[in-house]
Structure formats: C-alpha cells, structure tokens
Design a binder for this molecule. Structure first.
Ligand SMILES: O=C[C@H](O)[C@H](O)[C@H](O)COP(=O)(O)O
Length: 236
C-alpha cells in the first residue's frame, strides 16, 4: 500500500470506482450521499469525460450529491421527470448478513430511501468496517423528525426502549438541520432483533418523517477491504 495513505480512504476509493464501473450508458442513476459515494460520483464524471460512458442522468439523494454531480459534470434530473431509476449506488453505516442497512450518518436517509427503493438495482458501497452481525451493534438509528414534534417523539422512543439523542451540528451552533429543514434524533437500542418491525414502529410515531433502517432492498453490497497491503473489492 502507498506509504502514508489512509487505508479506509483507499478502500472507499476502490469500492466507489468498482460501483461506478457497473453503470451503463443511457441509464438513470441514483446518486448516493457520503464519503464513499463521493468517489463513485467522481469516477462516473471521469468516465463521462473520457466518453467511455454516455448519456447518463443522475438523481441526487442530497444537496451534497447534487453539488458533487455538478462539479464532476453529471447531468441531473428529478423524480418528476422520469418514470424509473435503473441503478442506485449508495453508502451505508452498517450492513448485516441479510444486507439490511442502517443509513443516515450524513442525515440524508429520507431522500436516499426514496431514491434507493425506486431503483431497479440498488448497490451499496462500504468499507469492511461497516459489516456487522446485527444492526445497531455500533451505530445508532437516525430518525428524521419534524422540529415541533421533537419532544413527544423523543418521549415515545424512550417508551420503546430506545435512547434518543438530538444530533448537534459541527461548526454550527444548535442541531443538525436536514435538506428538508427537519432535525435528526440518533437512537441507540440495546438490541435490534427485528429491523423490519422497528423500521415500521419508528415511522408510526407522529412527527417522524423517516428512519435510517433499510430492509430487504439491497441487491448487492460491494465491500472494500485491504489484503496484503492492497485494497480489494468483495461482493455480498
Ligand atoms: O446520510 C448519509 C448516508 O446514509 C451515507 O450513505 C452513510 O452515512 C455512509 O456514508 P459514508 O460513505 O461517508 O460512510
């Protein structure tokens, strides 16, 4: 491995590129959010620039994805203008053996869920640190909440046995505000035995817009690993 280069960065680059290489000309592509899909967007831009890839159009899952797509020359469209998405590529904060996910580390899970669920093929790109035996082992479940409902939603979550914490901004006083103008509550659970049920239960609390549990939607996970000092990509 190149001396001094962060191995996690190398894994993210490798897996981001592997996903970009799977995109075909003439397709509508869901563009995920986060540091791993940032590489996918960059490599898609490189492929367009070299004319190896033609006529793709992107649907961004966040303001960040839209900014990156513009920076790397990927034309964008909206869900009002298309009737399907061919492929979506997105990151994740945790992936379990059934390919269920926790997402929303970047507070983008609501738009991501809309786009990723609509795609004919949904590919998840992660480095190997994101693979867990059980969801919730290392990451709290992000829940997007309409601001006026923060207090009752946090009380309702406590009644479910969760430990909610309002996500605070970095380099910004006060809470994180999502692309929709809402807030995020990160919820720790001692154990998530049934992710599908928890996803529904959380979304049923009045004031909750969407939570970051994704169940039964992932087609393929590309995992970046370091082997013998070199980054490799495995499939799950
Ligand atoms: O809200 C953010 C998203 O769900 C990201 O896809 C997720 O947090 C993974 O991001 P990263 O690739 O930066 O670890």
């Amino acid at each position: 491995m190149t001396a001094g280069v962060d191995p996690v960065k190398l894994m993210k680059q490798e897996v981001g590129k592997a996903a970009a290489d799977r995109v075909q000309s003439g397709t509508i592509v869901g563009l995920g959010t986060g540091s791993t899909t940032a590489y996918t967007i960059q490599f898609l831009g490189d492929r367009l620039k070299s004319s190896e890839l033609k006529d793709i159009v992107g649907i961004p899952t966040s303001f960040q994805a839209a900014v990156l797509a513009k920076q790397y020359g990927i034309p964008l469209t909206t869900l009002d203008a298309v009737d399907h998405i061919d492929i979506a590529i997105d990151g994740a904060d945790e992936v379990d053996p059934q390919k269920n996910l926790i997402k929303g580390g970047g507070a983008a899970h609501t738009r991501e869920k809309i786009v990723d669920y609509l795609a004919d093929q949904f590919i998840v790109v992660v480095d190997s640190s994101k693979i867990v035996d059980r969801l919730g082992s290392s990451f709290a479940v992000p829940v997007e909440v309409i601001p006026m409902a923060i207090s009752p939603v946090m009380r309702a979550i406590e009644k479910l046995g969760g430990k909610p914490e309002l996500r605070m901004g970095v380099k910004k006083a006060g809470p994180v505000i999502t692309d929709q103008g809402n807030m995020v509550v990160d919820v720790r659970f001692d154990s998530i035995d049934n992710p599908a049920e928890l996803e529904k239960t959380l979304n049923n609390i009045p004031g909750v817009l969407e939570n970051g549990i994704f169940v039964g939607v992932t087609d393929l996970v590309l995992i970046g690993e370091v082997q013998d000092g070199k980054p490799v990509v495995k499939e799950m």
